[in-house]
Design a protein around this ligand. Structure first.
Ligand code: CAA
Length: 382
């Protein structure tokens, strides 16, 4: 029988994240958004509370949480600020390839010291000429003695300027397409690692995004993840894991939009009564609520399926795609309920729309998610 209740442990993790989000993140969200500030003091506190390396098993110093528990936390954090949440969970994305493809020795050597203090890591897949078409990446990894030399440029890298560790996807032979791609762990201290300038973004302005260049960055052979040519599959399997929490992030944005809109509708008076008493507003709130609940359930079901051992390609793409589309619609309706005020920076809802937009784009544009969903769906009918 399906059971939607949370265990005591789930509830206490959710409560921990909610308290952190409301007391440490929310009070700084508007200011960080306005000036584009990267609040490292908040990220450090998140690490101290165990809210950062959520997917890393406790054996290597992480929080060792199930994907379902990660989603509970991510929704709470994103309710306060999606941009900060993206920076907090970027470590999960960057470290997942190491969990999937690293040898036991490499995991101990890299993950344990990494998780033992506050540090950031970045996932370096996207390139100026290869976003959706990840298999077409051009960054080169040339074998060199007992190691590899990496040359190329990555873009839109979350936490790029502040990371101490990068997981980098590079090809040893572009003619081999995805079969030539390898994944590497590259410490920031490696000569030739050059983070570029921070981008000015529409939303997620508390998160830092930059290019990262690799100019002859040499890593030992032992820093390669998986066997020769397994890098592309490692990237795809990583995204299978991390797209579900993006569904949770989008659900958090949508829930925040409902909370702001409902509170506003109860106190804003037009035609002699609070606008919450007008059917036009009630219908909007009902649609916002249905979309948000459906997003949450699809996200939970995806996490549950992956925690139960399913690969999750189909489920995670549906959760990420549906929830981020829902968050856009719900944030848009929240602005409409606020009317002219909703369009003003002074009120909190226009930020939600700008933040929701990125969830439709990053970790694979929603058009790509639809292709993945259709491909998986059709497998059952072939
Ligand atoms: N798991 C394991 N292997 C997989 C896989 C999966 N989920 N999906 C595909 N593969 C394998 C296939 O089996 C195939 O292997 P073989 O050749 O051995 O049979 C190989 O990969 C190629 O598969 P496809 O033919 O399906 O690949 P494709 O080139 O047509 O493209 C794609 C696939 C789904 C479009 C992929 O390129 C993709 O996901 N693109 C989007 C990339 C993306 O999400 N980027 C986000 C970057 S991270 C980010 O945004 C970050 C941030 O900082 C927050």
């Amino acid at each position: 029988m399906a059971d939607f209740s949370l265990s005591e442990e789930d509830k206490s993790l959710q409560e921990l994240a909610r308290k952190f989000a409301r007391t440490e993140m929310a009070p700084h969200a508007a200011e960080c958004d306005r000036v584009g500030r990267f609040p490292e003091e908040i990220y450090r506190k998140a690490w101290e509370l165990g809210l950062m390396n959520l997917n890393v098993p406790s054996d290597y110093g992480g929080s060792g949480l199930s994907l379902f528990q990660q989603c509970l936390i991510v929704e709470e954090l994103a309710h306060a600020c999606a941009g900060m949440t993206t920076s907090i969970i970027a470590n999960c994305l960057a470290l997942e390839p190491i969990l999937l493809g690293g040898s036991e020795e490499l995991k101990r050597a890299i993950l344990s010291p990494f998780c033992a203090s506050y540090q950031l890591a970045s996932f370096c897949l996207t390139e100026p000429g290869g976003g959706s078409d990840a298999g077409a990446l051009k960054t080169r990894a040339r074998p060199d003695g007992d190691g590899f030399v990496i040359d190329g440029e990555k873009c839109f890298i979350t936490n790029g300027p502040f990371a101490s560790l990068y997981t980098v996807f590079a090809t040893s032979d572009p003619a081999l397409k995805h079969k030539g791609i390898n994944a590497f762990v590259v410490p920031r201290s490696t000569p030739g690692v050059v983070p570029g300038k921070e981008e000015e973004k529409m939303g997620h302005r508390a998160s830092a995004t930059s290019t990262v260049r690799f100019d002859g960055a040499r890593v030992p052979r032992s820093n390669r993840l998986g066997g020769d040519g397994e890098g592309f599959a490692i990237a795809m399997r990583t995204l299978d894991q991390t797209r579900t929490p993006i569904g949770a992030l989008a659900t958090g944005i949508a829930q925040a939009a409902i909370d702001h809109a409902a509170a506003y509708a109860l106190q804003r008076v037009t035609f002699g009564r609070p606008i919450a008493e007008h059917q036009a507003i009630q219908i909007k709130l009902a649609d916002m609520s249905m979309a948000t609940h459906a997003a949450r359930l699809l996200t939970w079901q995806s996490a549950w399926a992956i925690d139960g051992g399913r690969k999750g390609t189909f489920e995670s793409s549906m959760a990420k795609c549906f929830a981020s589309d829902a968050a856009m619609r719900v944030a848009d309706e929240a602005i409409q309920i606020f009317g002219g005020n909703g369009y003003m920076r002074e009120y909190p809802v226009e930020k939600l729309l700008r933040d929701a937009k990125l969830a439709q784009i990053y970790e694979g544009a929603n058009e790509i998610q639809r292709l993945v969903i259709a491909k998986e769906l059709l497998k059952a009918y072939r």
